[in-house]
Design a protein around this ligand. Structure first.
Ligand code: ADP
Ligand code: MG
Length: 255
């Protein structure tokens, strides 16, 4: 067995030569609570290739959100190193972290986080402009909404859209920035089955189109559409590999 491979490159889904989108080496995240130490993540090693569709599974409190926040440069490791799109976040300045959040990672949250006073189109356009693309922002936003099947709803306000439609606006907003690493924290957690399926369909399409997609969920069924499942328990990676019953289409999922 080769001993010179960097930590994390030996996971089962690794395609030789594929560039790493994300790499964590010996990452822990500790909190001091009431005189004791709580580990939200403990000695995590993993590497996610460009274009992989990864589901992160684990019960509440297992460290899923903490892991996404590390990858999204929203939180810093207590120990170890985090590298995203070739940039080492350890010791990066606030300005560098801000640039990474702007240019590399796109966030999708459980609760959509749309501006209620802006239309679907304005919500997406605003994100494109913040990402630095002033010229043509409206056209980019319209295309992103068309890609998630919402061309007809673009002038609607969030309150006039269903939960699934609002989440698809949030996905369009994430995609319109052109950032290559899509991270979603419980994106179907607030949705019923039917609208959840619409959202997963869009995420799967993005993965098939070459984006790196990392979806956190506690719904094991969702892992069947992923290339790979990473399971967390008490802040540790307890398994990492292809999903059981994998290769499923979104339409095959039941919960
Ligand atoms: P998950 O998203 O899987 O539900 P989290 O990543 O939110 O889990 O949390 C992992 C663990 O870290 C939990 O035990 C949680 O209580 C702890 N934790 C998270 N944030 C803090 C904090 N700010 N202070 C203390 N403990 C925290
Ligand atoms: Mg969470």
């Amino acid at each position: 067995m080769s001993t010179d491979a960097p930590a994390g490159t030996t996971h089962p889904g690794h395609r030789p030569g594929a560039p790493a989108a994300v790499q964590l080496v010996n990452v822990s995240r500790r909190y001091q609570v009431g005189g004791g130490t709580v580990y939200a993540l403990r000695d995590v090693n993993l590497e996610i290739d460009e274009g992989e569709f990864v589901v992160v599974l684990g019960p509440s409190g297992s460290g899923k959100t903490t892991l996404l926040n590390m990858i999204g440069a929203l939180d810093a490791a207590s120990d170890g190193t985090v590298t995203v799109a070739g940039r080492n976040l350890t010791g990066a300045s606030r300005a560098e972290l801000s640039k990474l959040r702007r240019d590399t990672v796109a966030f999708i949250f459980q609760t959509f986080n749309l501006f209620p006073t802006l239309t679907a189109l304005e919500n997406v356009q605003c994100a494109v402009e913040i990402a630095g693309q002033r010229r043509g922002a409206r056209a980019i936003a319209e295309k992103a909404l068309t890609n998630v099947g919402l061309a007809e709803r673009k002038l609607h306000y969030p309150a006039e859209l269903s939960g699934g439609e609002q989440q698809r606006v949030a996905i369009a907003r994430a995609l319109a920035t052109g950032n290559p690493v899509l991270i979603a924290d419980e994106p179907t957690g607030d949705l019923d089955y039917r609208t959840g399926v619409q959202v997963l369909t869009v995420l799967k399409q993005q993965a098939d189109a070459g984006h790196t997609v990392i979806v956190v969920t506690h719904n094991r069924e969702i892992s069947r559409i992923a290339d790979r499942v990473i399971e967390l328990s008490s802040g540790r990676v307890v398994s990492d590999g292809p999903p059981l019953g994998g290769g499923a289409a979104v339409a095959d999922l039941r919960w």
